[in-house]
Design a protein around this ligand. Structure first.
Ligand code: SF4
Length: 261
């Protein structure tokens, strides 16, 4: 069966990402930040303020019924559990193998342990998307936009941390890559029918179409984001079934983590 070609419109996403990055003052208006090797409480609090501003503005710009916030955490609160990555494979997730940001290509649990061991401070993002996007019928096409928005939040917070001097800041978020067409409405039906759909270009040695936005999935790297969030004082989430009426669901939450210093 012939493979579908990604339409031009999907290739425009990176430009859109650039535009979205203009929410905060553009970079040329900012004084250069000295590189920082240690945590500075004042700068971390400034990053927290900017992170909350990013979350609020992205939600406002998206015109959705959602909320979110950022929290400064220490990395000793992050829960790593090898079962989390195995759950990408047993039973197999629709995202498995589809991009550089999911298993088996993403950082492994052990590699993630090594990455986390290099940081003491991080920003935890909690994003509460519209509940209706996680139940039938909207779930078939609604979740993608929420994951993309979370990706955008994490990518921009990582950028802010970098411009504040934390040049090794690194972001991760929940959920597979859904940005450039593979899980878009156009391909979702084909995916469910086990038809051949385009693979992530990076797996073929090509550039990521959304390099400013795409980040590895936390779960792919063995991070239990729910246990982590609860340990950091966030509300315990619910296991929901897409058949639940949305008014019966207390809330839906997705998390991202940006390691700072
Ligand atoms: S090209 Fe980039 S955004 Fe698209 S699936 Fe691959 S990693 Fe994700």
């Amino acid at each position: 069966m012939a493979q579908k070609v990604i339409p031009e419109v999907d290739k425009e996403w990176s430009k859109i990402s650039f535009k979205w990055r203009r929410l905060l003052p553009i970079k040329k208006d900012r004084p250069p930040s000295p590189i920082k090797f240690e945590a500075d409480e004042e700068v971390l609090n400034e990053l927290l303020d900017r992170s909350n501003k990013i979350i609020d503005e992205l939600i406002k710009k998206s015109k959705i019924d959602a909320s979110g916030h950022a929290k400064l955490i220490t990395t000793d609160k992050i829960v790593i559990d090898p079962r989390v990555r195995w759950k990408c494979q047993i039973p197999i997730c629709f995202g498995f193998g589809t991009s550089i940001n999911c298993p088996p290509h993403s950082p492994t649990t052990d590699q993630m342990r090594e990455i986390i061991s290099c940081y003491k401070h991080a920003i935890l993002v909690s994003f509460y998307p519209p509940k209706k996007n996680h139940v039938f019928p909207s779930i078939l096409l609604g979740v993608q936009g929420d994951v993309n928005l979370l990706n955008q939040m994490v990518g921009m917070i990582e950028g802010e941390a970098t411009y504040l001097g934390y040049y090794l800041a690194m972001g991760f978020k929940g959920g597979p890559c859904v940005g450039c067409g593979f899980f878009s409405p156009e391909y979702f039906k084909d995916l469910m029918q086990q038809k051949k759909i385009p693979t992530c270009p990076t797996l073929n040695g090509e550039m990521c179409r959304q390099y400013l936005r795409a980040r590895p999935a936390l779960e792919a790297c063995g991070v239990d984001s729910f246990a982590t969030a609860v340990k950091c004082g966030e509300k315990a989430p619910y296991v929901i079934n897409p058949e639940h009426p949305d008014e019966s669901i207390p809330f839906v939450v997705w998390h991202g983590i940006v390691f700072v210093v």
